[in-house]
Design a protein around this ligand. Structure first.
Ligand SMILES: [Ca+2]
Ligand SMILES: [Ca+2]
Ligand SMILES: [Ca+2]
Ligand SMILES: [Ca+2]
Length: 237
């Protein structure tokens, strides 16, 4: 599976370079590509030029309006499996409700040999459910552990990103510095409908999760996700 998608990526890259060479030689492309801007609305890759960060947007930046094509996110095989075993009905973006998960996959073309200097995951979120306050986010490892039947740790509690428990009906823009992520590795005091612990167990560097060009994300279980944006900053020589 992996090699197939790799081949497709390589093929796409070759076609793209060929188009660029042809376009440049007949003078229809500007020398500086108009890419990497953040105005795009849609579930496709926001391309960056060589000196800017790599950007990937999932969903659309609207007012939580459901039913758009962009509200159906990209989902890796592992995300699909995790949603299947989680015994809740997954929903698309911009969809309210309770006791269900929003799962999606960020993907980007990491140039070979590139070294990641930093990355930020930005998620705009709200909820109409009274149990929004204890919602959490699973990233690569947590998603993997859901699939393999292990306890669902680690995860990130929204309250640790905000500094307070999220309030039903409010909208938040969460910023996660992926080099310094607050995680819970266990929750002995957690009960259904209860709060997450006041402080995280650890702060961890998850930048290596991005080396495969993908980041799996599951938000739950009462959150309505407007959009999610991954920004990856590369080291330059
Ligand atoms: Ca929408
Ligand atoms: Ca909840
Ligand atoms: Ca990954
Ligand atoms: Ca949206």
């Amino acid at each position: 599976m992996k090699s197939t998608s790799l081949n497709i990526q390589n093929w796409k890259k070759s076609v793209r370079s060929l188009i660029t060479i042809v376009a440049l030689s007949i003078g229809i492309l500007p020398t500086v590509a108009n890419a990497g801007n953040e105005n795009d609305n849609g579930d496709h890759k926001e391309k960056s030029h060589h000196s800017g960060p790599l950007l990937d947007l999932v969903g659309d930046k609207d007012k939580f309006l459901p039913g758009d094509a962009a509200d159906i996110p990209r989902r890796s095989i592992e995300i699909v499996q995790a949603l299947k075993v989680s015994e809740t009905t997954p929903v698309e973006l911009d969809v309210g409700g309770s006791d269900r998960l929003v799962g999606y996959t960020h993907a980007f073309d990491l140039p070979s040999g590139a070294v990641i200097k930093g990355a930020t995951l930005t998620i705009k979120i709200t909820s109409d459910d009274s149990l929004f306050f204890n919602d959490v986010i699973f990233l690569d490892q947590g998603v993997h552990n859901i699939v393999s039947g292990n306890p669902r740790y680690p995860y990130v509690a929204l309250r640790h990103l905000l500094g307070f428990e999220p309030v039903t009906g409010q909208t938040y823009t969460l910023e996660i510095d992926l080099s310094h992520v607050p995680v819970l590795n266990a929750c002995p005091t957690c009960v259904a409908g209860g709060s997450q612990p006041e402080t995280p167990d650890a702060y961890v560097d998850l930048l290596s999760d991005l080396q495969d060009g993908q980041l799996n994300v599951i938000v739950g279980d009462d959150s309505n996700v407007n959009f999610s944006k991954l920004r990856v900053q590369l080291k330059h020589h």
